[in-house]
Design a protein. Structure first.
Length: 154
């Protein structure tokens, strides 16, 4: 039994059982290690990826349910202004939760190119970050939005 899906713009056929968590398939079968396992309970956001552009907890989503859909992981953000903005702001300390945060930020900027602070906070609300860099993370998203408005690439 296999599942066909699109991952980061490329067709992928995976052989894991359809009930296997999408996160496990990404990491173990497709060697995409960016999304991380934190709680496994849809409580922390470390595993966040996009499915058809919407943030999804991949730890609890069975791969069979995304058959035929487009999955985007942090590996697709190479060159995206969000990455440089997070570096510029020194946003985040542990790095473990950042890949998930980046994906929710990407989904936000795709639908709201110049989000207000409240919109950013709401978009990142599902992510746990205990290192105290939340304000830097918000500033990084604002910085990326400004760079996109200046015509930087996505
Ligand atoms: S690992 Fe998926 S939400 Fe925590
Ligand atoms: S960046 Fe991981 S706890 Fe803040």
């Amino acid at each position: 039994m296999s599942t066909d899906l699109t991952v980061n713009g490329r067709a992928a056929r995976v052989t894991a059982e359809p009930t296997t968590p999408l996160l496990d398939v990404l990491r173990n079968e497709l060697d995409l290690k960016g999304a991380r396992y934190g709680c496994g309970l849809e409580q922390c956001g470390a595993c966040m990826v996009l499915v058809d552009g919407e943030p999804v907890f991949s730890c609890a989503r069975e791969v069979g349910t995304v058959a035929g859909h487009a999955v985007t992981t942090v590996e697709a953000l190479d060159g995206h202004p969000l990455r440089q903005a997070f570096l510029d702001e020194q946003a985040g300390q542990c790095g473990y939760c950042l890949t998930g945060i980046l994906m929710s930020a990407k989904a936000l900027l795709d639908r709201a190119p110049r989000p207000g602070r409240d919109e950013i906070v709401a978009a990142l609300d599902k992510h746990l970050c205990r290192c105290g860099t939340q304000y830097r993370i918000i500033r990084a998203v604002e910085r990326a939005a400004a760079r996109l408005a200046d015509g930087a690439g996505r």
